[in-house]
Design a protein around this ligand. Structure first.
Ligand code: CA
Length: 504
């Protein structure tokens, strides 16, 4: 990790940028990043697979469909982690969780007895982001952008600087804190926790009993009105919904249409949460149109980890992917990504190249004309994907895509029911994906082009491929300085991934 004070870097960037011609500053695009929490790959009406699936027909998301029709859909976009905080901090830094050591949702659950989890959790940055980190909004703000965050942050632990987005480079922060989920989507949005409540800034909506997503949307629309009064400053705007994270509490005004034969109450409630988010997107797109800002605003729609399939109903499925949030399989971190960039990205286009959350940081800097500081350049794991957006060519990565989750997610019963939920690292090269699980030191190998559901482990059949990928995974994790779980008996960290013949 780089330890150069962020302030120094900001001054450096400001001095570099001041040399640019004013006209370039004026025409720099706005960025509106619409992030949905825990939204699964097929949890919208926009098919991400080659075939339409039941979920695509059940969920009603006309505004997400509009965005896809007007922009580019990525069918192999990944979150950096199967849980919240590591993906979110990768977005803000361009660094993979294996490098930042922010590897779990903050603050995680700590260690459990041996019968629940055999390995101990390694040291990790449980506090989340702090002043050591050079964040995307800091760099943008230093070059004239107004920076806004609305909704769930979950970037730092309670009581730390990173708990408040205003300490991480945001000019405005609304209803954001250390918390990873709302106490409730209904007023007073979890205030039952009293002073511990994360849901600040929304008290004015209590009398009207607004659904949380609607309250956040009103706040966002107001801020867009404010930004429109200062067209000389481009903006970077995080609209990061708490939805569709648990608790699964539907929008009462939208639920009835989802009460279809065979659908559970959790599915009904969840589908209305998704539609509520879609309506929020629709209102924001309409506001951009009304304010005359749509043509100069890039809108990005994404999620931070896979859909919740293991409990709370479960409310959804990630079919055709296997498993969901918390898992080492594709359902844990393959996400719907859509980018609308008027005049630059071809409407209705589709990109099937794999991309990952780490890419967001360098891509936004490239688009906004902000130079990556030399002091962090070599630590970036993401790659500028502008050539994919503009369809001008491919991209070259510094290393293959990797995931690193040396933690136990959920509780034992979940992991007994779903063996894909376990401390793991994984790598993707071409169509091949290898998962290394630390408890058994075992490799799983899948060909995603032929087996998107990860049903057929080919490690025994293709030991040469498995060995190659496992070696590459080990090398990348070594360079990143990834931490591994601790053996209870020896007190030592277990080894990085190492190939052994598959023996099941
Ligand atoms: Ca999440």
């Amino acid at each position: 990790m780089n330890k150069v004070p962020a302030l120094f870097l900001i001054i450096l960037i400001m001095s570099l940028f001041s040399c640019r011609h004013n006209q370039q500053i004026i025409t720099r695009p706005n960025i509106l990043f619409f992030l949905v929490d825990d939204l699964g790959w097929e949890d919208t009406g926009v098919p991400m697979w080659t075939d339409s699936v039941e979920n695509n027909r059940y969920f009603r998301t006309p505004n997400i469909a509009r965005l896809a029709a007007e922009g580019m859909k990525f069918t192999q976009a990944y979150a950096s982690s199967p849980v919240c905080s590591p993906t979110r901090t990768a977005l803000m830094t361009g660094m993979n969780p294996a490098r930042t050591h922010i590897t779990n949702w903050i603050p995680g659950r700590g260690n459990h007895p041996a019968e629940d989890q055999w390995l101990l959790i390694p040291h990790w940055r449980i506090g989340g982001l702090d002043h050591r980190d050079v964040t995307l909004p800091e760099l943008l703000k230093a070059t004239g952008y107004t920076t806004v965050h609305v909704g769930k942050a979950h970037l730092g632990r309670k009581g730390t600087v990173g708990a408040n987005p205003r300490h991480l480079g945001f000019d405005y922060s609304v209803a954001a804190s250390y918390r990873g989920g709302p106490g409730s989507y209904y007023v007073p949005y979890g205030r039952i926790h009293g002073l511990d409540s994360q849901m600040i800034d929304l008290e004015e909506f209590f009398p009207d009993s607004l659904y949380l997503n609607d309250a956040l949307t009103i706040m966002a629309l107001r801020l867009l009105d404010t930004l429109a009064k200062h067209p000389e400053n481009p903006f970077y705007f995080n609209m990061w919904h708490y939805a569709v994270h648990a608790p699964i509490q539907g929008d009462p005004k939208l639920m009835d249409k989802y009460r279809l034969p065979g659908k559970t109450e959790a599915q009904v409630q969840y589908a209305s949460m998704v539609e509520s988010v879609d309506r929020s997107l629709g209102k924001i797109l309409k506001k951009l149109d009304e304010l005359g800002m749509a043509d100069n605003t890039i809108v990005i729609f994404w999620s931070d980890n896979g859909g919740l399939v293991s409990h709370s109903g479960p409310p959804t499925t990630n079919y055709p992917l296997s498993s969901g949030k918390g898992s080492s399989h594709e359902g844990g971190y393959r996400e719907p990504l859509i980018v609308r960039w008027p005049g630059r990205v071809k409407p209705g286009s589709v990109c099937s190249d794999p991309v990952i959350t780490d890419d967001f940081f360098p891509t936004v800097l490239a688009i906004t004309g902000v130079r990556v500081p030399d002091t962090i350049r070599r630590h970036l794991d993401g790659t500028d994907i502008t050539p994919l957006l503009l369809q001008t060519g491919g991209i070259e990565r510094p290393h293959p895509l990797v995931w690193h989750y040396p933690h136990y997610w959920g509780w034992k019963a979940l992991r007994v029911a779903d063996s894909t939920i376990t401390p793991f690292s994984a790598i993707r090269e071409g169509d091949w994906k290898l998962i290394y699980t630390y408890e058994k030191g075992r490799c799983e190998l899948y060909n995603l082009a032929e087996d998107i559901g990860e049903k057929h482990n080919l490690a025994k059949e293709k030991p040469d491929v498995a060995q190659k990928l496992c070696g590459d995974l080990r090398s990348v994790l070594q360079v990143m300085g990834a931490q591994t779980p601790i053996d209870r008996e020896t007190g030592e960290a277990v080894g990085l991934p190492e190939f052994t013949e598959y023996t099941d």
